[in-house]
Design a protein. Structure first.
Length: 124
């Protein structure tokens, strides 16, 4: 039972996970610029849906690693669960690409990502 004014630890955890993904996406263009495009950038963490993959690829990542959702699906439903999770992730990726009007991930660029940076919110 939660008392008034008491924070729900699960809500705090979910918010922290969203913030981690946002921070990774905010840092990604700077990392790509710092490497000068000479190193392939792999984004590891914060990927929970297909639109996260589209954002990461558009901001310069060459690939996106998916670990935690796959392990959760594997623990919940075995191999079939992991396969289903990958199917859902691919379907969400395809839907996000359709919404951006891109037919191939090679054509994704910064223009396909609409983001509000933290500093813009603070300065508001």
């Amino acid at each position: 039972m939660l008392m008034l004014g008491q924070r729900n630890p699960w809500t705090v955890f979910a918010h922290q996970q969203d913030c981690i993904a946002a921070r990774l996406l905010d840092m990604l263009p700077a990392v790509v610029t710092a490497t000068g495009g000479t190193l392939p950038i792999l984004m590891n963490g914060g990927v929970r849906q297909g639109s996260d993959i589209v954002k990461a690829l558009a901001l310069g990542a060459k690939a996106v690693l998916v670990g935690r959702p796959q392990f959760h699906a594997l623990a919940a439903a075995g191999i079939a669960g992991a396969a289903h999770m990958l199917h859902l992730l691919r379907t969400e990726l395809e839907l996000a690409m359709i919404q951006t009007g891109v037919q191939n991930v090679r054509f994704l660029c910064n223009d396909h990502v609409g983001r509000r940076l933290t500093r813009d919110i603070v300065n508001f």
